[in-house]
Design a protein around this ligand. Structure first.
Ligand code: 5GP
Ligand code: ZN
Length: 140
């Protein structure tokens, strides 16, 4: 993927501030620094999104998340940590090389906010059962 900005970072064709690297992944500071310490973890091999990435690579990424999250928490005395992965443009993905965001949280106005709307009133228990069937039918 020669036009992929994250592949270019891996290949050191463009600079990044790396905080962690091994044979399979790198962790580097997100250029936007949504909050102080905002970090991205990416596989060295190019996968576009959660639908493409292989299970072992994904497991390896998340295996390393606690180590990096703990370092961020300790370094900056973060009071919370959002671990976020966006897939598809509608979901906010702008770089199409799989990545996990680690966003340390400091206060309610620190630059990041996840909003969960409660639609409980719109779904009955039966609706949820139907939804569950639809999902189960589509496991490969
Ligand atoms: P997404 O919106 O796809 O979940 O996240 C992509 C992230 O990549 C954004 O937070 C953006 O700031 C970051 N990003 C985009 N280009 C670069 C870059 O060249 N260097 C670094 N360090 N981060 C980048
Ligand atoms: Zn890539």
């Amino acid at each position: 993927m020669n036009d992929c900005i994250f592949c270019k970072i891996i290949n050191k064709e463009i600079p990044s501030v790396t905080i962690y690297e091994d044979d399979i992944i790198i962790g580097f500071l997100d250029i936007s620094q949504t909050t102080k310490g905002h970090t991205l973890i990416i596989p060295k091999k190019h996968y576009e999104n959660i639908y493409e990435i292989d299970e072992d690579t994904l497991a390896y990424i998340y295996k390393k998340v606690p180590k990096i999250a703990c370092a961020l928490k300790t370094a900056f005395k973060a009071k919370g940590m959002n671990v976020v992965n966006n897939n598809g443009e509608l979901a906010g993905q702008t770089v199409f090389h799989f990545h996990v965001h680690l966003i340390p949280r400091y206060n309610e106005k620190d630059g990041f906010r996840a909003i969960y709307t409660n639609h409980m009133d719109k779904y009955s228990k039966e609706d949820l059962e139907k939804i569950a069937v639809q999902i189960r039918e589509n496991f490969n």
